[in-house]
Design a protein around this ligand. Structure first.
Ligand SMILES: CC(C)(COP(=O)(O)OP(=O)(O)OC[C@H]1O[C@@H](n2cnc3c(N)ncnc32)[C@H](O)[C@@H]1OP(=O)(O)O)[C@@H](O)C(=O)NCCC(=O)NCCS
Length: 156
């Protein structure tokens, strides 16, 4: 089938996505989540996990947890062969659209992950702190998007 007939499209993830989620993670992140964490996240009533699907394959994913007017992006990844086509940006926009009352969006990122930091900065995220040894082998940079500041690269 041609690509246009098979996606990519976004949908909510379920527990049946566990193997695909772990595979995207494994191919994308230095410390992928284990099965137990993925199982807890995919079944949590407090989270939103979206898959970007093309053909029968999950090519990207994002996870968000939300409390009151604050969102926390817990994970985001796009398979290497599908990167630099705007998929990560689309995944973030989709979660923002799902929580129209959100005011602040937080996430942690490795200081060494320039690609991801550039992505977040392009959407209006600012560096707002550090979490020492968050990843064990590295600190985390805390980045925050303040949606009350008005329109930004975030698209709202
Ligand atoms: C970070 C990641 C999710 C980006 O996914 P992507 O689909 O390639 O990103 P997009 O195509 O939506 O890029 C959006 C913007 O991010 C920035 N960006 C993305 N990849 C970049 C790269 N390789 N170099 C420089 N800037 C980059 C650019 O500003 C880009 O906009 P542009 O293409 O108009 O210049 C992907 O590289 C990935 O999965 N990395 C491994 C997992 C990871 O690091 N997750 C984040 C953990 S905090």
């Amino acid at each position: 089938m041609r690509e246009a007939e098979t996606g990519p499209f976004l949908r909510r993830m379920t527990l049946s996505d566990l193997p695909a989620a772990m595979e995207v993670d494994r191919r994308s992140l230095p410390k992928p989540w284990g099965e137990r964490i993925w199982r807890d996240e995919l079944t949590s009533p407090f989270g939103l996990y979206l898959a970007l699907e093309q053909g029968d394959e999950v090519i990207g994913q994002i996870g968000v947890r939300s409390v009151l007017d604050e969102m926390h992006i817990t994970t985001i990844a796009v398979l290497p062969e599908h990167r630099r086509r705007g998929h990560a940006r689309a995944l973030i926009w989709a979660t923002l659209a799902a929580y129209p009352d959100a005011r602040l969006v937080h996430l942690e990122v490795r200081p060494s992950n320039r690609t991801a930091r550039r992505l977040y900065a392009s959407l209006g995220f600012r560096e707002t702190g550090r979490r020492p040894r968050y990843y064990g082998d590295e600190d985390a940079v805390l980045m925050t998007l303040d949606l009350s500041e008005g329109p930004s690269g975030g698209g709202r």
